[in-house]
Design a protein around this ligand. Structure first.
Ligand code: HMG
Ligand code: MG
Length: 323
């Protein structure tokens, strides 16, 4: 059976832009539910400046508790927690917390780089060199994100040649995978096919991932387009939570539930249990101050229902919803 790897963003990209602040205990509970639903690759939080992203201020405490919980599980060696870091200071915190994987992030637009991380693209790579030295020394795996790979909220369309050059630069640093970000959810299938065609000339498919925000409802189509080109890793967020606080106009990541529904329907194994993900969504919903965007979780699992009236007599299957 074919399979894809889903990297869960809920606790990091998901919560970083929410106005509701979940406590450390609530975040840990969410993480446990995600793990119980089969999530094996997930970001716990971000070691970034609390002045810049107050939502991530509890990441250190949460990471310690999460690693403690994970260590007690039989499946511990199959679970891959990670944290987002922008610089050496973040990396030193990651080492102190004892986490074995981190993710660095750079932008493909100068303006976004300045607004998100207060430095140019070149300067961000200078920071990453220091991070990589520490990573090697402490045997920490490093994943890379590239933001604004298609469209930037400030510079509009981004030249794919520029994205390929920055991706190659990140690849040369020694990250194990590069996640290609549609930060404001504006890319369409044509752009996705073109950019991945160019990227695949230089970077193997197994080292590329897709990170699609769903602002314009294109994320699933974009994921499918990338999958058909050989990409097997995708980032998503429970409930479709998410967005970057420095990317105006961006809504959440594509919802994990919706991605799982699509792939499992195609007989592509995600390793995730859709029913448990939906339960997690329903558990999370009351804490949030807006409706979670996952369409699949909204209607629930597909179940046959009894046709009780002439109107429905011919329907064999209907969504589990009151009509
Ligand atoms: P800066 O103000 O230029 O940093 O921020 P600085 O080096 O001048 O230091 C200023 C203060 O920040 C100091 O503290 C440092 O100690 C502290 P003070 O002396 O004022 O008390 N500091 C830190 N604190 C905690 N953790 C650190 C850290 N580094 C410095 N790692 C900085 C530069 C990069 C820190 C800041 O701009 C920042 O934190 N930016 C993060 C922005 C962010 O997290 N954005 C969202 C994530 S990216 C995203 O969502 C996109 C993605 O999902 C992909 C996609 O969708 O495209 C990944
Ligand atoms: Mg993102």
């Amino acid at each position: 059976m074919s399979r894809v790897r889903i990297v869960e963003m809920g606790l990091r990209d998901g919560l970083q832009n929410e106005s509701t602040h979940l406590s450390v205990v609530q975040r840990l509970e969410l993480l446990k539910k995600l793990i119980d639903a089969g999530s094996a690759n997930f970001e716990v939080g971000a070691f970034v400046s609390a002045k810049w992203v107050p939502q991530m201020a509890v990441s250190k405490d949460l990471t310690k508790l999460a690693l403690n919980d994970i260590a007690k599980r039989k499946s511990a060696n199959k679970l891959h927690p990670s944290v987002l870091i922008p610089n050496e200071e973040g990396m030193l915190q990651a080492i102190e917390a004892g986490i074995k994987e981190v993710a660095i992030f750079a932008a493909c637009s100068e303006t976004f780089s300045q607004i998100n991380t207060n430095c140019s693209i070149d300067e961000s790579f200078e920071r990453f060199k220091l991070v990589m030295v520490l990573a090697k020394k402490h045997k920490i795996k490093v994943r890379g994100y590239l933001s604004t790979c298609f469209v930037c909220p400030f510079e509009n369309m981004i030249d794919p040649k520029k994205v390929v050059a920055i991706a190659r630069r990140m690849h040369a640093l020694g990250v194990y995978e590069i996640s290609i970000g549609d930060t404001i959810g504006a890319a369409h299938v044509g752009q996705v096919k073109y950019l991945f065609t160019q990227l695949l000339k230089h970077i193997p498919a197994k080292q590329l991932a897709g990170h699609f925000h769903d602002t314009r409802g294109q994320a699933l189509a974009n994921i499918l387009a990338a999958y058909e080109m050989g990409i097997k890793t995708f980032d998503s967020s429970i409930g479709g939570l998410g967005g970057c606080p420095y990317a105006p106009g961006a809504t959440g990541n594509v919802a994990t539930e919706d991605v799982v529904y699509m792939f499992e329907g195609m007989k592509v194994n995600t390793g995730l249990n859709l029913e448990k993900l939906i339960q997690t969504n329903h558990w999370l919903q009351p804490f949030m101050d807006h409706a979670l965007s996952s369409k699949v979780a909204k209607v629930g699992l597909l179940k046959p229902i009894k046709a009780t009236s002439k109107k429905y007599a011919k329907s064999r299957f209907m969504l589990n919803k009151k009509y």
